[in-house]
Design a binder for this molecule. Structure first.
Ligand code: NAP
Length: 308
């Protein structure tokens, strides 16, 4: 297909850090506009809202929705109604059920809806999925701890209803887990720590399982200072598989594989380009469903207030 002309909707941290350079590095994908209440990029047409962009901006084929999740659905619905392909940053929405009408609209319009779980595009994920296939998995441990002040400075939306709190990064681990393990997983218990002055958890411990009683433990914490931890360890009958640095480092026995930083988003845009060429969608809600179930089942504890 000819070049995919993309507008970024929501020009904040992730749009600047990852989407902009990934688009620039992607053949056949072009950044042609930005819609954001305030933020803009010199030399690129800007509108304060997507509606204004669609009314008076340059022609676009697709949008990458990089807003906070609470407004993702409304922006995606507007874009699909205008006949645009849609990439949804993770999480794909603030609720699970809001995605079905978007998927239906995409189907009717023959446009792409892409739930872009960026962590799944770390190059170590696919080889791990293949290595695990057919092996017996004995247990899984996830430790995903980062400093919210470093990664989300001043982002009030993250602790607002629908902002997911610590599940904003935690869902990345769940997106890897649900990609590399073929079976259905479910939450069996959850302990959620809510700061007294916030509406979303700052830490969470989850237990998950599958139909065979596999034990999966996940620890998520936003209060980590110093070195950050994004690790997944999988005990198997073939030895220990260890993912660290969010899936960038993979160790299986004596073998170690280290990926270059920033490999995920170019791969994500290759996939989006491919999908848009056919009008197919790629929608997977498994990670979001697990987070929603943790909220359903979770025991809630109040912890000290969080000040940014
Ligand atoms: P952010 O820095 O707060 O950026 C969000 C941007 O969206 C802001 O500029 C905001 O403008 C704008 N916005 C809000 N409502 C809008 C609307 N209706 N139309 C157009 N723009 C709108 O947040 P972020 O860190 O980039 O995160 C955005 C999403 O990316 C989140 O879902 C997050 O989970 C995901 N993500 C983030 C990271 C990361 O490291 N930060 C990594 C991967 C994925 P105002 O501030 O003026 O409201």
């Amino acid at each position: 297909m000819s070049s995919l002309r993309v507008a970024i909707v929501g020009f904040g941290k992730i749009a600047r850090d990852q989407h902009m350079p990934a688009i620039a590095a992607s053949e056949g994908v072009e950044l042609v506009a930005v819609a954001d209440p305030v933020a803009s990029l010199p030399g690129v047409p800007h509108a304060a809202t997507l509606v204004e962009l669609l009314r008076g901006g340059p022609d676009i084929d697709a949008v990458a929705i990089c807003t906070p999740p609470q407004v993702r659905h409304s922006q995606a619905a507007i874009a699909l109604a205008a006949g645009k392909h849609v990439l949804l940053e993770k999480p794909p929405g603030a609720t699970v059920a809001e995605i079905a009408p978007l998927a239906a609209a995409a189907r009717v319009a023959r446009r792409t809806l892409f739930t872009a779980w960026h962590s799944r595009y770390a190059p170590a994920v696919e080889p791990t999925r293949q290595w695990l296939a057919g092996r017996q998995i004995n247990s899984v441990r996830i430790i995903w701890k980062e400093d919210v002040r470093v990664w989300h400075p001043g982002q009030a939306w993250i602790f607002a209803p629908g902002g997911l709190g610590v599940f904003d990064p935690g869902i990345n681990a769940l997106s890897i887990l649900t990609r590399i393990l073929p079976q259905s997983l479910f939450v069996t218990s959850a302990d959620l720590a809510f700061p007294a002055n916030r509406d979303a958890p700052i830490a969470a411990n989850l237990a998950l399982s599958d139909a065979r009683g596999l034990k999966i433990a996940a620890e998520f914490d936003f209060r980590q200072t110093g070195p950050q931890t994004w690790d997944i360890e999988i005990q198997t009958d073939g030895g220990l598989v260890s993912f660290s640095h969010g899936g960038r480092k993979l160790r299986v026995g004596d073998l170690q594989h280290v990926d270059a930083a920033k490999a995920e988003y170019p791969a994500l845009y290759r996939r989006f380009h491919e999908l848009a060429a056919s009008g197919d969608s790629d929608v997977d809600l498994a990670p979001l469903q697990l987070v929603a179930d943790a909220f359903l089942l979770g025991r809630r504890r109040m912890v000290e207030p969080f000040e940014d």
